[in-house]
Design a protein around this ligand. Structure first.
Ligand code: TNX
Length: 771
């Protein structure tokens, strides 16, 4: 804005509005996802409590979009906008129909000094126009009126499937929690909620005809150690009334709910409820083990009727065209071992168990088609032949998508680990539980849904993409939100914005606005990507008593301010620009700020003294060679807090402490945690490494340099007692810097042991005046 215009503006509208507008002209458009096309124009329009939202009389869809906008603006900005039926000439925010806009989700948004106009052909377009305007109204934490720069937007989504999957089986979320996530999906212009409602660890949807599914199948007994009180039940389910409520809540936000009933594997909770559905005739308990459980449905006619009856109730609840029938991870051991199943295979003339699964899914696909619905399944449904008209959700990388699209089937991309949000967001020591390795924000942002192996014609089969939130390690809604945000912003842009609008730096510059919106709505967003990382050479610091410290963060973005006196850093604290030296002992603190001064990452602390430099937490140890698997786990599988968490390799507990400085180490102190070994590993069970123990409960061995190197300490493990305990060892009679290999020899039939922290204790420094 020119100086003259600014003065004129101030004379007319006041300083605040114009300063805002002047800043807004140069600031990035606070929109995520970015619209397909936009241009700025001259002037601005001030939105305040007097600004009406004007809709065509009798237009119910426009009223819903207007009410949604008014509600959101009130909640997040304290701005009360009144919805009114339109009269010509009124100044305000006008929603209107435009039959020339071809895409049902497309819209135009015009901001001029005369007012704001959102136009669309369909309800969905009006809704997304309203979401865009709400984002423009909420670029920061301020409340009340705001001035919007003149702008023309013409927008429509790149993909029609913009999805998020929530696993409500492994851990259960309340209806309010699910609705909170749907609200966030809407704010991100995501339109498909894939709801994973059944699995080995819990059946979560009420089926009136089969009450045992939720009476038995929705509950599991938490395992507990012998010393702890009797097992607690974990579980829950959604009544049909609650499901209707969720479906309606979603529909009001232009979101389709796609239910998943997982078949023929992940069936243990169903078989626990009705053993006649299973292969062995025996009733298992609802599983408490994550991974691949071996219970399958049988393929009897009565079981097909059971599934059809379940689907009747599912279809009555969910208007979605697509019904997801799973198909994943059905290891065929039970089918291979069952004479009845083998006889059925011969009778059907199918050549193997994969073909039998394909036949089974095909039967149900046909049933769905007869009811005007379509089968969707994980990419394993490609094995043994894909049922006609099936759509494939590609999760084992994108090869399933490539294969299916080449065969002419529609596909949705949700590859592991790229879009698997049960993977942690960083390698930090304060990261929540989840799978490793981290799936960082930049990688999600860079995700491209259309595999380059597809021709332009084949690419038309790519419906879109989806982030999957599996919840084995996300037991609470705090975990789920921490896993989703801000990675869901990156997904939104990959799903909605044209490739030409994708710009990583621009995305980062727009995130402070998203963070402000999250703050206003009390959403638990992860700041992992921006959190300060302290880097220094520990061993050099131990020798010299001084440390050369560099600060940074995962995304190399934002302004870091730090302190060295233990105080909380703010914008007045020194701004980090280059590595600096500190004399130990010292407590460093740092926080990350956006260009507008808002917080991007909360303060983090690092104490530098000899004891802290000689200790390593589990995230600072690395796996021993030969196994790169790792999880970040809490002490209990159904944890109600978000900390502590430990990095653990469930296949091999051996871990390395790299480059330990052993000079003068007086003792070794290890904090150990005893975890449940609740993993169903199916055919991978043979990969679990077992080592001979020499005491009843095994011991922790400390070896030098290599895992077959000299034995420095043998620390026997207690049999029972608290989950967290410590082991103390003798001084390590060594000089110099060595890797330490830490190995648990506890029997693999028992609990899983993990290192929380290992400290090498420096000799006590003589106090002044003492000899
Ligand atoms: C694989 S993805 C699974 C899920 C797990 C997930 C954990 C898929 C179709 N099956 O059962 O929860 O990995 O990341």
């Amino acid at each position: 804005m020119s100086k003259l215009r600014l003065l004129l503006c101030m004379a007319l509208y006041g300083i605040a509005a114009c300063a805002d507008a002047a800043g807004a002209q140069s600031a990035p458009l606070a929109l995520t996802p970015m619209p397909a096309q936009w241009t700025r124009a001259d002037g601005h329009f001030n939105v305040n409590a007097q600004t009406p939202i004007i809709i065509p009389a009798g237009d119910a869809g426009a009223r819903r979009a207007a009410d949604y906008l008014a509600g959101l603006a009130e909640r997040t900005r304290g701005l009360s906008l009144q919805v009114q039926d339109g009269q010509a000439g009124m100044l305000g925010i006008r929603l209107q129909r435009d039959a020339s806009i071809a895409n049902r989700e497309g819209y135009t948004l015009d901001i001029t000094p005369q007012g704001i106009r959102i136009a669309a052909r369909d309800d969905a377009g009006l809704f997304y126009g309203a979401v865009t305007l709400w984002q423009l109204l909420t670029p920061n934490d301020q409340r009340g009126e705001t001035s919007l720069p003149a702008l023309h937007i013409r927008d429509q989504p790149r993909f029609s499937w913009r999805g998020m999957m929530l696993d409500s089986s492994r851990h259960f979320q309340t209806v309010e929690e699910v609705e909170g996530l749907l609200e966030q999906m809407a704010q991100h212009k995501l339109n498909t909620f894939h709801w994973h409602l059944t699995d080995d660890q819990g059946w979560r949807i009420e089926i009136k005809r089969y009450p045992e599914l939720t009476k038995i199948g929705a509950w599991r007994d938490e395992q507990s150690a012998a010393s702890e009180p009797s097992p607690r039940r974990y579980g829950g389910f959604y009544t049909q009334e609650q499901i209707r409520q969720v479906v309606a809540y979603a529909a009001a936000r232009q979101i389709t709910v796609v239910p998943e009933i997982d078949l023929p594997g992940h069936a243990q909770a169903a078989v626990a409820s009705y053993p006649e559905l299973g292969v062995t005739g025996k009733r298992p308990s609802v599983s408490t083990d994550w991974g691949v459980n071996t219970y399958l449905y049988n393929v009897d006619d009565s079981t097909l009727r059971f599934v059809e009856n379940v689907l009747d109730e599912v279809m009555a609840l969910f208007p979605s065209t697509y019904i997801h029938l799973g198909g994943d991870e059905a290891v065929k051991d039970q089918w291979e071992a069952s004479p009845a199943i083998q006889a059925k295979m011969r009778a059907l003339g199918v050549k193997n168990e994969n073909a039998l699964q394909s036949w089974f899914m095909g039967q149900l696909g046909t049933y769905l088609n007869q009811h005007g619905r379509r089968l969707l399944g994980w990419d394993e449904i490609l094995e043994g032949g894909l049922p006609a008209s099936a759509t494939v959700m590609s999760w084992r990388g994108s090869k399933g998508a490539i294969e299916a699209a080449k065969q002419g089937h529609d596909v949705v991309l949700s590859p592991s680990p790229d879009l698997y949000f049960d993977h942690v967001q960083s390698n930090r020591d304060d990261e929540y539980s989840g799978r490793l390795p981290p799936i960082v924000l930049a990688a999600v942002y860079g995700f491209e849904a259309v595999p380059k192996e597809l021709s332009a014609d084949q690419a038309k089969h790519v419906l879109g993409l989806q982030a999957n939130v599996w919840t084995e390690h996300l037991p609470s809604i705090d975990h789920v939100q921490h896993a989703l945000f801000p990675r869901l912003d990156a997904v939104a842009e990959a799903a909605w914005s044209p490739a030409s609008q994708r710009d990583w730096q621009g995305f980062l510059a727009r995130l402070p606005a998203q963070f402000a919106r999250y703050r206003q709505q009390h959403i638990h967003v992860a700041d992992s990507a921006f959190a300060p990382v302290f880097e220094l050479d520990r061993n050099a610091a131990l020798v010299s008593g001084k440390a050369q410290v560099s600060l940074g963060n995962q995304v190399n973005h934002g302004v870091l301010h730090y302190t060295v006196d233990g105080s909380t850093p703010d914008l007045h604290s020194p701004r980090y620009s280059k590595p600096f030296e500190v004399v130990m002992p010292v407590t460093l603190k740092a926080a990350t700020f956006a260009g507008d001064g808002s917080v991007l990452a909360a303060p983090r602390q690092r104490v530098l003294d000899a004891p802290s430099l000689l200790s390593r937490a589990s995230d600072e140890l690395v796996n021993c060679p030969g196994s790169d698997f790792a999880l970040r786990l809490q002490p209990m599988p159904d944890a109600t807090s978000t900390a502590p968490a430990y990095n653990v390799n469930i296949f091999d507990t051996c871990r390395l402490y790299r480059q330990a400085r052993l000079d003068g180490v007086a003792a070794i102190h290890v904090q150990v945690v005893r975890l449940q070994r609740n993993y169903a590993l199916a055919h991978d069970a043979k990969l679990v490494k077992s080592r001979p123990a020499s005491t009843p409960h095994g011991e922790l061995l400390v070896r030098q340099d290599r895992c077959d190197g000299p034995l420095l300490a043998t620390l026997p493990l207690p049999g029972d007692g608290p989950r967290q305990f410590s082991l103390d060892g003798p001084s390590l009679p060594r000089q110099g810097t060595h890797d330490l290999c830490l190995i648990f020899t506890a029997p693999i039939s028992g609990p899983l042991y993990a290192i929380d922290n290992i400290s090498l204790i420096p000799p006590a420094t003589p106090q002044a005046g003492q000899p």
